[in-house]
Design a protein around this ligand. Structure first.
Ligand SMILES: [Zn+2]
Length: 181
């Protein structure tokens, strides 16, 4: 009996250490550190099954968009694309990047310093064994596009390092870069 009382007391004590102030607000539980650069909620989602994606996408695009693979540097079709045009998501056609913000990063992957609309991409923490990177996904279909780094050119200082097979290129339409906030 005495041990039961002791357990009850312990339970009371451990619960009493959880003051309301130590409970984080709901917003703080979001895992994505960079939510401030994206407004995911405003984009209508496209959700398909894996089977539907396999039918819809070329194998290389499926591996990147749906399985977060990375194409080998200098092997994609768009890293050396210099024409004016619009880069859209290969999974759902959402406009993502413009030739106006594309630059030669020397990495062998198509690189941009800003998306056409901040809300068209979402950012997610990507933890590897030794690295923490920021993954970039399409805001409509959640397809993996690549990563964003802080070593890009002005005016943003960002480098969106993307996979060619995650993108479709539409030459001739090159929207101006959106004004920076
Ligand atoms: Zn998409």
């Amino acid at each position: 009996m005495r041990s039961i009382i002791a357990l009850l007391l312990l339970g009371t004590l451990s619960c009493s250490t959880d003051s309301p102030a130590s409970t984080p607000p709901a917003e703080a539980s979001l895992p994505d550190a960079a939510e401030s650069r994206s407004e995911e909620a405003q984009i209508e989602k496209l959700t398909l099954s894996d089977e539907e994606w396999k039918l819809r996408l070329a194998p290389a695009s499926y591996r990147i968009l749906r399985e977060a693979a990375t194409e080998r540097a200098y092997t994609g079709s768009l890293w050396e694309e210099h024409r004016a045009g619009l880069y859209t998501c290969a999974g759902c056609d959402l406009p993502l990047f413009s030739s106006e913000t594309k630059f030669d990063s020397g990495t062998g992957w198509p690189s941009y310093w800003q998306p056409v609309e901040p809300k068209h991409v979402t950012e997610h923490e990507d933890r590897g064994f030794f690295t923490v990177r920021t993954e970039v996904r399409c805001a409509r279909c959640s397809g993996h596009l690549g990563h964003v780094f802080d070593d890009g050119p002005l005016p943003t200082g960002l480098r969106y390092c993307l996979n060619s097979a995650a993108l479709s290129f539409d030459p001739g339409k090159a929207p101006d870069a959106a004004p920076l906030d």
